[in-house]
Ligand binder design. Structure first.
Ligand code: P1T
Length: 382
């Protein structure tokens, strides 16, 4: 089945009881049993809920995976993956990473006993050098948040497997429409479904997709035993969202390229980070492992502090200053004080998350309006 067809139909069969074309929202916490243990496959909604099951079937199909599991947030999904490890195990993670994932590794799992190194995963040699006998997992965000660094999935999968470690890819920025990590031999794909999968900034959810039955069994156990599951309404919203995923991603990508090209020629912009620009250090790799470069980009303006951006924020009329990304509306974020504030300042600066770094989640509005909005706001920076 081709992508646009799959996105519309994955996980949704007409309801056998009524013929409803959309999966009903099963607002129920429990299910009647004929006798103890005799039921229709559903016992309790932490364990299974039909709306969530439909979503998990759809997400697995979209990612080309044997299994998908839905969680109450992207971080809850990431937490489940890290619980596969044991105290003393070593993790190699991308240096450029969502601030919340960094915080989960540093402030939750390091005190618990994991050892974590943050390295430049765009270069397999850096990853190779970080391996220890206890390395069990390589965690890669590609493209990364917020600097849009692109890491070579197939090469990292080979490397991880040759050392007996798993490769986990956070595919949130790309989505399964633009990038298929499992086909490049990654072991587990993580998503914040809050973003493009949901697509409308109205739900918080996470998902894991994978092919290995043994890992699936362990993660399915954790999903139920820990209980960080999404409710049925959230499952419905994401199931509705994914139907337009390819349409939206094409438009997000088209708009982002136009904006990146505009920013690259603007005198007040010192740097543009977008994998679709020829000047991006991993332009060719992105072209090879992604269908399109996506809707996220970052850029830098020359300011010494966030205070100097006050006029810029005030002038914006279409871009909304907010955390998160991946919705139909355009958002702008200041990583140093917002999404990546949990990374120590010295480390942020070393990475390139400066006071003048701005991150855009380019929406599906008319690109001329978006460019006009940025042009006007940039004129307010002295
Ligand atoms: O917010 P949550 O659904 O828990 O997802 C966490 C997460 C995981 N991975 C990536 C790449 C992410 O970007 C996020 C969440 N990011 C933001 C809220 C943000 O504005 O960057």
């Amino acid at each position: 089945m081709k992508w646009h067809t799959l996105a519309v139909h994955a996980g949704t069969e007409p309801d056998p009881l009524t013929g409803a074309v959309m999966v009903p929202v099963y607002f129920t916490s429990t299910y009647a049993q004929e006798a103890p243990g005799v039921h229709k496959g559903y016992e309790y909604s932490r364990t299974h809920n039909p709306t969530r099951t439909a979503l998990e079937v759809a997400l697995a199909q979209l990612e080309g995976a044997a299994y998908a599991l839905a969680f109450s947030s992207g971080l809850a999904a990431s937490d489940a993956v890290l619980r596969l490890l044991a105290p003393g195990d070593h993790v190699i993670a991308s240096r450029d990473l969502y601030g919340g994932t960094y915080r989960l590794l540093r402030r939750v799992f390091e005190p618990w006993g994991l050892q974590v190194d943050f390295v430049d995963t765009t270069d397999p040699a850096c990853v190779e050098a970080a391996f220890r006998p206890t390395t069990r997992l390589v965690w890669v965000e590609t493209p990364s948040n917020p600097l849009l660094q692109v890491s070579p999935i197939a090469a990292l999968a080979d490397l991880a497997h040759s050392r007996g470690a798993l490769l986990v890819v956070d595919n949130t920025f790309a989505t399964p429409y633009l990038q298929r990590p499992l086909e490049m031999e990654a072991d587990i794909v993580v998503h914040s479904a809050t973003k493009y999968l949901g697509g409308h900034s109205d739900v918080v959810m996470g998902a894991l997709m994978l092919n290995r039955a043994d890992l699936h069994d362990k993660l399915r156990f954790l999903q139920n035993a820990v209980g960080a599951v999404p409710g049925p309404m959230d499952a419905f919203l994401v199931l509705r969202g994914v139907k337009t995923l390819p349409l939206r991603m094409q438009k997000h990508s088209e708009n982002a390229l136009k904006i990146a090209e505009f920013l690259a020629t603007h005198p007040k912009v010192t740097k543009v980070y977008y994998p679709g620009l020829l000047t991006h250090p991993q332009y060719l790799l992105a072209k090879q492992q992604m269908r399109l470069p996506g809707g996220m980009l970052s850029f830098e303006v020359k300011v010494a502090s966030v205070e100097e951006l006050e006029g810029f924020w005030r002038a914006l009329q279409i871009f909304t200053l907010a955390e998160s990304l991946g919705g139909v509306e355009s958002l702008i974020n200041h990583p140093a004080t917002m999404t990546h504030a949990s990374i120590p300042e010295e480390q942020r600066l070393a990475l390139g998350i400066t006071p003048g770094l701005l991150r855009l989640s380019v929406g599906v509005e008319d690109p001329d309006d978006l460019i006009e909005d940025l042009k006007n706001a940039l004129s307010k920076i002295s």
